[in-house]
Design a protein around this ligand. Structure first.
Ligand SMILES: [Fe+2]
Length: 286
């Protein structure tokens, strides 16, 4: 288990960020290989409930996904050094299931994230699709591209179809990224297969978790440094705002990257009190 910070895996390219910013949604096929998918399917099928939260604490296959190289670089590109796992969950949607999520967006409703941050999402939901979604009405996620800019949707809290809606059609092992605020719902599962998927949501450490209060100390102590940091479990409330010295840096700069803020601070200012630019800032993507 490594306790030395390394650089973050690759995340966005200029092109994928532009697609994500335009659509509020990004599909990465083949994010997981067959063996990874099989292990995660087995882990989901071992669980008793059809859906559960804070799953990273219940099975080691889910724990490994906290900083999975297939997605963590994308989240780090947006939230940088304050990156936090806000929520993890699995869903098992049986054939014939009619009770399912109506049109909604994730996150707060009365004063949505969009009010504060129209340029970048304050929460990104990473989805992994573990069973084939070869056609519509297999319990697919339904979304409206570009709707993360819409504060209202006449179809809200219903299953009425929208002229611009799309169902995701992806092979097992595909990953999706969803911008908080994107309108979505779930299609009925009229197939003969149970649909399995995982969600991992990320944001900055100062956004509240939505699947846990605190994590079990014994479980936390068995995690790698990066995973422990990403759970952001602090005794001192101010640590969510001003990171503790031992948690900085979460990741080092990638080869060839340089920090915009370099040279702004005297030697007397410790790393945890310095601004570290995010990939979005460094690349002028905001
Ligand atoms: Fe949702």
């Amino acid at each position: 288990m490594s306790n030395t910070p390394t650089h973050a895996p690759t995340g966005f390219t200029h092109e994928t960020w532009e697609t994500f910013r335009r659509d509020g949604f990004l599909v990465i096929e083949d994010a997981l290989d067959k063996d990874q998918v099989a292990a995660l399917v087995a882990a989901v099928n071992k669980q008793e409930k059809p859906r559960d939260w804070n799953i990273v604490a219940v099975d080691s296959h889910f724990t490994e996904m906290i900083d999975s190289p297939s997605h963590i670089g994308y989240a780090y590109d947006v939230y940088g050094e304050m990156l936090k796992l806000l929520r993890s969950e699995y869903f098992r949607r049986e054939p014939g299931q009619e009770i399912r999520n109506k049109w909604h967006f994730d996150g707060p409703r009365s004063t949505p994230f969009e009010v504060f941050s129209p340029r970048a999402p304050l929460r990104i939901k990473v989805g992994y699709w573990l069973t084939p979604l070869g056609h519509e009405d297999m319990g697919n996620l339904v979304y409206i591209p570009g709707s993360h800019r819409w504060p209202h949707l006449p179809q809200y809290h219903t299953h009425e179809s929208h002229p611009q809606e799309r169902q995701i059609i992806v092979p097992p092992g595909a990953m999706t990224l969803m911008w908080s605020g994107l309108w979505h719902r779930v299609a009925p599962n009229r197939s003969e297969f149970t649909r399995l998927n995982l969600f991992f949501e990320y944001g900055p450490s100062w956004i509240v978790s939505s699947d846990r209060g605190r994590s079990d100390p014994d479980w936390l102590s068995g995690l790698s440094r990066a995973r422990r940091i990403l759970m952001r479990d602090y005794d001192e409330p101010n640590d969510w705002i001003r990171l503790p010295a031992e948690d900085v840096p979460l990741y080092t700069l990638r080869p060839g990257e340089s920090d915009l803020e370099a040279g702004q601070y005297g030697d007397h200012v410790p790393p945890q009190l310095r601004k570290r630019s995010t990939w979005l800032e460094r690349n002028g993507m905001l």
